[in-house]
Design a binder for this molecule. Structure first.
Ligand SMILES: [Zn+2]
Length: 256
């Protein structure tokens, strides 16, 4: 079955992207958001593909051809902006409609990121062609470019750094609304029991030093829900951190 949707984490490999700051590099943030969405769409039973799942270099031609040949009807290309603005931007094709971009911005705003603009752009020397190759070279796939916020704006950067998964989820929700697919919120992860969470693993290529640190938490019995073992970059909710600290405190007070 061909995918309904293909996700495109912008940039990658030798191309870090411009939307970077001291917290993150654009290519990594795009991938983090896209892998989260990939897992969420899978758990919502929406057939989904992705242009890259690791930190790999893709030429514009290769990227566009992966989208064009995916068989998908929709493409969401994820990016982080830079250049002194504030808020989200959604760019769509001159042959497309603003309906999906509007839904995306409504949900991004509800998740805490203000709207900046929705727009289309044409080549300077040809007003009948899209400016961005992701629109121009992706055939009949309905492609939107989502710029989640500005890496060089402190307010945006803080949201992108700490609440990126809520922004990612907002676009999942908007896609479901746009296509009429039933939407279900992700189950919150629970570190104190072993049941499934519906959270993404995001866990391709976990560096050994990160994995070692996490494995130690399990080995010491400080963390017990296996779901957390493979998502090293997902922040724990405060109450879960409190559970871990309490276990550590009790362990230190009553050594076996
Ligand atoms: Zn970008």
């Amino acid at each position: 079955m061909p995918p309904l949707l293909i996700l495109d984490p912008g940039h990658g490999g030798i191309d870090p992207g411009g939307g970077s700051n001291s917290f993150f590099t654009e290519k990594d943030k795009n991938l983090q958001i896209s892998l989260y969405q990939f897992n969420r769409f899978q758990s919502l039973n929406i057939p989904v593909a992705i242009t890259r799942t690791a930190d790999t270099t893709l030429s514009s031609e290769e990227r566009a051809s992966r989208v064009r040949n995916s068989g998908a009807r929709y493409c969401i290309s994820n990016h982080i902006n830079v250049g002194g603005g504030r808020g989200s931007e959604v760019i769509y094709s001159i042959f497309g409609s603003a309906a999906f971009p509007r839904l995306i911005q409504d949900d991004l705003e509800a998740a805490g990121m203000p709207n900046r603009r929705i727009f289309t752009r044409t080549l300077p020397d040809n007003p009948r062609k899209d400016y961005y190759f992701m629109h121009r070279e992706t055939g009949s796939v309905e492609t939107v470019i989502v710029e989640y916020g500005f890496a060089d704006n402190p307010l945006d950067a803080d949201i992108l750094h700490r609440n990126w998964h809520q922004l990612a989820e907002a676009v999942v929700m908007a896609f479901c609304a746009y296509t009429g697919h039933p939407y279900k919120q992700p189950a919150p992860p629970n570190p104190s029991n072993g049941s499934g969470t519906g959270m993404p693993d995001g866990g391709t290529n976990i560096p050994a030093w990160k994995q070692e640190a996490i494995d130690w938490l399990f080995q010491e019995g400080l963390l017990t829900n296996e779901d957390w073992r493979h998502q090293p970059d997902t922040p724990l909710p405060l109450w879960a951190e409190a559970v871990i600290l309490k276990r550590l405190y009790e362990k230190l007070r009553n050594p076996q």
